[in-house]
Design a protein around this ligand. Structure first.
Ligand SMILES: Cc1cc2nc3c(=O)[nH]c(=O)nc-3n(C[C@H](O)[C@H](O)[C@H](O)COP(=O)(O)O)c2cc1C
Length: 331
């Protein structure tokens, strides 16, 4: 257990924010599998400022997800301060997180995301302004640096801390690395050592054992898991369990995976309507099918599905055939 500001986090497993993924439907699903804290996908400060309807819709929170960290991004202090105020006043988010790690060009061009990492003074200035504007805990999610020549991980973390940040999450890669190479946990350890506020280590945690190693090697208070939870909320459950008891639970059988996939699909439909949800779910369906023997055809088929019934049928047909082939009796 750890605490961010006045928000209690029941265990040390945090599910990372992922754009296009971490909406309420996904968050609720990983929450049910035991996540201590869930984070929402990054939301544009400018979109909030202009009251863009699509952006406002992204602010939806189901009370069952809580505690929830809501992430905003932007390149201008004023925009971010206003966005933070709007979120604080109009949502029940427990924590407001500032994105200082997004590496994609579209975001960098607006001086947002990982661009902040080049100047610890700007980080300080920005965080201070947001902290002064709202009463909720403000956290920052960073990468370790811009490129190998500009790794200001400790400086940036200290800048955020002295500006009043309540916690820091850090992904152990530079902006230039994107998702290549391996996350540098040594730098995460240096950051954790340098700051007093809670720290969440992130990057390349693929198994419950990795999560334990991340916590041990970096000293982090929490471990943040992103890609390994895609189509695999059991990763969260298994990690929580492993950290608490040392017991490594088995991976789920395909039927269990598909049943959870269908639950996730239905939540997404409730959130976005069938038309959008089914198309968005294609990527999730592929993740839920990942690793299951004989799922290639189903993976191709889900990519063409446009209706709920069709998506459900592909997934259920797959698992029925899988069990028939492997002589598994439905329970
Ligand atoms: C599809 C995708 C979308 C992401 N979107 C965000 C985001 O909106 N905000 C953010 O701070 N990080 C985002 N990230 C980065 C993750 O939060 C995380 O830092 C990264 O994936 C490394 O952790 P992992 O190795 O556990 O996946 C995204 C990553 C992926 C794969």
């Amino acid at each position: 257990m750890f605490q961010i500001g006045d928000v209690e986090i029941k265990n040390r497993v945090v599910v990372a924010p992922m754009a296009g993924i971490s909406n309420s439907a996904f968050r609720l699903t990983v929450k049910e599998f035991g996540a201590g804290l869930v984070c929402c996908e990054m939301i544009s400060g400018k979109g909030i400022e202009y009251r863009n309807q699509k952006t406002i819709d992204m602010l939806y929170i189901d009370e069952k997800e809580k505690p929830l960290s809501l992430q905003i991004f932007g390149g201008e202090k004023e925009t971010l301060v206003e966005a933070a105020k709007f979120v604080a006043e109009n949502t029940t988010a427990d924590i407001i997180d500032i994105n200082m790690g997004c590496p994609v060009n579209k975001i960098i061009k607006c001086e947002a995301g990982a661009k902040w990492l080049l100047d610890p003074n700007k980080v300080h200035d920005m965080v201070k302004a947001v902290v002064a504007a709202i009463d909720k805990p403000v956290t920052v999610k960073m990468r370790i640096g811009w490129d190998d020549e500009h790794v200001f991980a400790v400086e940036n973390a200290l800048a955020a801390e002295s500006a009043g940040a309540a916690a820091i999450a850090m992904h152990g890669r530079t902006r230039v690395q994107m998702y290549e190479g391996v996350a540098n946990w040594d730098i995460l350890r240096d950051v954790k050592k340098a700051i007093k506020i809670p720290f969440m280590g992130n990057g390349d945690v693929k198994t419950p054992e990795d999560a334990k190693r991340m916590l041990e090697e970096t000293g982090a208070d929490g471990v943040m898991i992103g890609r390994a939870a895609l189509g695999n909320p059991w990763m969260i459950y298994r990690t929580v369990k492993y950290l608490e008891t040392g017991e490594l639970m088995p991976e789920p059988e395909p039927r269990e995976k598909i049943e959870t996939a269908l639950l996730h699909l239905n939540r997404l439909i409730e959130l976005k309507g069938e038309n959008i949800a089914v198309r968005e779910f294609r990527q999730h369906a592929a993740y839920y099918l990942k690793g299951a023997r004989g799922s290639t055809r189903a993976k191709v088929a889900v990519n063409q599905a446009t209706e709920k019934q069709e998506m459900e049928k592909i997934l259920l047909d797959f698992v029925n055939q899988y069990e028939e082939k492997n002589l598994i009796k439905p329970s």
